[in-house]
Write a protein that binds this ligand. Structure first.
Ligand SMILES: NC(=O)c1ccc[n+]([C@@H]2O[C@H](COP(=O)([O-])OP(=O)(O)OC[C@H]3O[C@@H](n4cnc5c(N)ncnc54)[C@H](O)[C@@H]3O)[C@@H](O)[C@H]2O)c1
Ligand SMILES: O=C(O)[C@H](O)COP(=O)(O)O
Length: 586
């Protein structure tokens, strides 16, 4: 998969040769797509079959769908570069969001772009069902002129039951009140105040209480395990024989077989249905029996199909796709914790710093010594202005990405803000975050406005510390375990732990020269004699070493250019006075 969108500052096409591609296998309004074509190749291929989608998906970074395309786990598994699936609408039940989350693919939608359209369509079906509009139109077109068989009922002064008082349900309530209806709601999670403001006269406590009193019933819940078959035979039997039911939410909330029986046997009078359990209704299915029933006015999932709604949802999701593909944050992610774009921009250099601190930790402390990252406790301590940032999800994700980058197949590329928690859990990495508002909690007086400390505690209680800071857009490491440093963590680095005695630099230079390796920078990090940030026990150990050897220790950090093989590292390790060598690639 492609590098993680939210914590990756690299180009989505590492070789820079090809523009990222976005696949649109359904009819999506061109208004939004136009904002993508400048930077991305947008392939509109309405009607793409499931097999064609499976074959095509590996070369796309973005996928924009409506409700017809099934974005299954298999489709997501076949994706190689996919970073975002955008649903140009509300419902994401055609997308395997869990599978996307596991793969670090962000799923976005347009939670509000089509709610007015859906509410208006509900009212259209309400009136059509009340006045037999569908049948009247069909018979007239067939040369008939039926008036007496098509006498309808009025909706004014009647009771409308609304199950689900969310965005669409509340709008329907307002419109129904405008038609002179009395509205009774049922939604265990609804706010009574909002319902009251929308004109809902009463909230029912249960279906048993609601159903016998309504003349019309409409459902506006998502399709969940708890709402599948919410209304079956028992519920339809509990309704008035003159009642009519509507569904502009999702097929399956009414049990379709039970609905057909209820209409056939006169338990209820009619229905207005926009959504079905199979779309288009499969031949011989319960969906087909509902759609073709003479007492049902049926529409082919047209709830969101208005020019205005399609413009809204297209603009909404295309803006998010653009933002994600250029490393920003979406406004309506279904599976990513929300963080404001400006907050994210502020965090970006720290994201880079923390990712590199994680990489440095694994390669310097763990890799060289053959240890494990899992099973340790990691503490990120934010100092200065950073301590005031409440949403540090990108920093958490960056740490996980850095920690696993050198020990996972994809080089940590598949870690992002969406799946970092899952990956940390899978690898047994526990991370806590501390906001050191009071500097006494941190490293005492510090020269940087904002800095980050990574403290790691192993299973035996042993501790390591890395500290870093940001200056402008540049990131620096200011402390590596017991040593005070000041270097930019990037490229290939050899870190040598040695006795701080004359001649060391020359020896190391000679070894590297013999292997034709250039030194691009060098820095000696000396022991932090003040011991800022270290536990008392560690400081004591450090003093013991100094007194026992009569010499100091230091770290030599070398930026290098060339092939650093195992042999090079072994040769360096054999040099006089060298205690340890690690190779770090960031
Ligand atoms: N036909 C269309 O073209 C079309 C268009 C837009 C939306 N929709 C669908 O309409 C549905 C509602 O959309 P929304 O934006 O209003 O969603 P929403 O999330 O804003 O509201 C859903 C409401 O259902 C309530 N609810 C959940 N379970 C319930 C239960 N068991 N009993 C009673 N209430 C329950 C929730 O508390 C919530 O208030 C969704 O399924 C959406 O996909 C369809
Ligand atoms: O969930 C939705 O937004 C509606 O069901 C609309 O679906 P559509 O985009 O396929 O019209």
């Amino acid at each position: 998969m492609a590098p993680a969108a939210l914590i990756d500052d690299h180009s989505p096409t590492p070789d820079g040769s090809e523009r990222p591609r976005i696949l649109v296998p359904e009819k999506v309004s061109p208004d939004g797509l136009a904002m993508l074509t400048e930077h991305y190749d947008v392939d509109s291929r309405p009607g793409l079959s499931a097999e064609e989608l499976l074959r095509a998906i590996p070369s796309y970074q973005g996928l924009i769908v409506r409700s017809e395309t099934k974005v299954t786990a298999a489709v997501l598994a076949a994706a190689r570069k996919l970073r975002v699936v955008a649903r140009a609408g509300v419902g994401v039940d055609n997308i395997d969001v869990d599978a996307a989350t596991r793969q670090g693919i962000i799923v976005v939608n347009s939670p509000a772009g089509n709610i007015l359209a859906a509410a208006e369509h509900t009212v259209a079906l309400l009136l059509a069902a009340a006045r037999n509009v569908g049948r009247a139109d069909a018979t007239l077109k067939q040369g008939g002129w039926e008036r007496s068989r098509l006498v309808g009922v009025e909706v004014g002064r009647k009771t409308l039951g609304i199950i689900g008082l969310g965005k669409v349900g509340i709008k329907v309530a307002r419109m129904a009140v405008g038609l002179g209806m009395q509205v009774v709601g049922l939604d265990p999670y609804a706010s009574p105040d909002i319902a009251k403001q929308a004109g809902v006269a009463r909230l029912a406590a249960s279906l048993e209480e609601l159903l016998p009193q309504v003349d019309f019933l409409t459902v506006h819940t998502p399709l969940l395990a708890s709402t599948l078959n919410l209304l079956g035979e028992e519920q339809f039997r509990a309704m008035r024989p003159t009642a009519r039911v509507l569904n502009v939410a999702r097929g399956g909330v009414y049990n379709e077989d039970a609905l057909v029986r209820a209409l056939d046997e006169g338990w209820i009078a009619g229905a207005g249905i926009d959504v079905f359990t199979s779309e288009p209704p499969a031949p011989g299915s319960s969906a087909e029996r509902v759609a073709s029933h003479p007492k049902v006015v049926s529409t082919p999932h047209l709830g969101a199909s208005t020019v205005e709604a399609q413009e809204n949802v297209s603009l909404d999701v295309c803006a998010q796709v653009r933002e994600i593909l250029r490393g920003g944050l979406p406004t309506a992610a279904v599976n990513a914790p929300l963080i404001l774009p400006e907050e994210y921009r502020k965090l970006q250099p720290f994201v880079r710093l923390v990712e590199r601190m994680g990489g440095l930790y694994t390669q310097h402390f763990v890799g060289a010594k053959g240890g494990m990252v899992g099973g340790r406790r990691f503490e990120l301590v934010y100092h200065g202005e950073l301590a005031g940032v409440s949403n540090t999800r990108p920093l958490f994700a960056a740490l996980i990405k850095g920690l696993v980058s050198s020990i996972s197949d994809g080089g940590g590329r598949d870690v992002n803000i969406v799946n970092a928690t899952l990956i940390a859990r899978d690898k047994g990495i526990a991370v806590s975050e501390t906001h050191a508002r009071d500097e006494s909690e941190g490293f005492g007086s510090r020269a940087y406005a904002s800095s980050v400390t990574l403290r790691v505690v192993g299973s035996g209680g042993e501790q390591q510390v890395i500290e870093g800071y940001v200056s402008g857009q540049n990131v620096y490491i200011s402390k590596l375990d017991r040593f005070t440093a000041n270097f930019t963590p990037e490229g290939t680095m050899v870190i040598l732990h040695n006795y701080d005695e004359p001649g060391k630099i020359g020896n190391v230079g000679m070894v590297l020269g013999r292997h034709a390796i250039n030194i691009t920078f060098m820095q000696v990090a000396s022991l932090d004699v003040n011991g800022h940030g270290h536990g008392g026990q560690q400081q004591q150990q450090q003093q013991d070493v100094v007194m026992r050897d009569g010499s100091n220790e230091a770290l030599m950090i070398l930026g290098v250019d060339g092939q650093v093989t195992k042999e090079v590292l072994e040769d360096l390790g054999k040099s006089e006075g060298i205690l340890d060598v690690s190779l770090v690639r960031l």
